[in-house]
Each structure stands twice: as C-alpha cells, then as structure tokens.
Design a protein around this ligand. Structure first.
Ligand SMILES: Nc1ncnc2c1ncn2[C@@H]1O[C@H](COP(=O)(O)OP(=O)(O)OP(=O)(O)O)[C@@H](O)[C@H]1O
Ligand SMILES: [Mg+2]
Length: 114
C-alpha cells in the first residue's frame, strides 16, 4: 500500500478532485494547510494577485492506493490537473504505508481498501 500526499494550489481543489474521480480513486482526505517551498512563499500569485508573505494557503490531498500501478495513475492525474507552470504549483509525495483498518468491519490492508 502506498500513501500519496499532494500539496496543490487552493484554486485547483475542484480540478484535482475531478481528475481523481475520473480515474475512480475514491478514498480521499482533503485539508486546508499553510506552507512554503523553495521561494519561501515570496512573490507567489494567489487568487490573481501577487502576495509577499512567508506561508501561503494550500490544499493537501491524502490518498492511499493498493499498488504501484495505482500510484502512477494517481500521481499522473494530480500532476496534470494541478499544473499551471508557475512557481508554487506544489508537490506530490509518496511513501510506503504500513497498515489500514476499516473500522466498521475490522478488515485490514488490501481488504480494507477495496
Ligand atoms: N520539501 C517540502 N516539504 C514539505 N512540504 C513542501 C516541500 N516543498 C513544498 N512543500 C509544500 O508544497 C507547497 C508548494 O510548494 P512549491 O510549489 O512552492 O514548491 P517549490 O519546490 O518551491 O516549487 P516551485 O519552484 O514550483 O514553487 C508549499 O507551500 C508546502 O506546503
Ligand atoms: Mg515555490
């Protein structure tokens, strides 16, 4: 199992959600976060205007998938839907996940995902 965490622009929330729906990824957690990258938030465009603060509002997606094939598909969908080409587009992280349990049934790992 692989966990994918993507930090994207606030205004890309709907586009990324739709792209994930389109490839039938269905377990998704979304949160509003603050962060900075290489430029430390300096002079990024947020909602059309240039802002000069160190931490900028972003959207974080968390998705757990069952295989490397799904990892690739999910990352490709996020990359293309979150892309503008400007600084601050965000990052996608992925890592191995130790375990999952569905609370209702106590199913574990792959059974808990599918
Ligand atoms: N190394 C990192 N660790 C944790 N979070 C990060 C890291 N880099 C970026 N982020 C998160 O991603 C958000 C967007 O980062 P950003 O797109 O500015 O990255 P970047 O490396 O500066 O790339 P770019 O040059 O395209 O701006 C940040 O606000 C932060 O929340
Ligand atoms: Mg940056």
């Amino acid at each position: 199992m692989i966990k994918i965490e993507a930090i994207v622009r606030e205004e890309k929330l709907e586009d990324v959600k739709e792209a994930l729906n389109a490839i039938e990824v269905n377990g998704i957690t979304v949160s509003q976060v603050m962060g900075c990258g290489m430029q430390k938030g300096y002079k990024e465009i947020v909602r059309g205007s240039e802002v000069d603060i160190t931490m900028l509002p972003k959207i974080k997606f968390e998705i757990v998938v069952s295989s490397e094939e799904w990892e690739e598909k999910t990352i490709a969908a996020i990359q293309s839907s979150a892309f503008t080409g400007n600084i601050g587009d965000g990052k996608i992280f992925s890592y191995d996940l130790r375990g999952v349990m569905r609370i209702r049934t106590k199913e574990k790992d792959y059974d808990a995902l599918n």
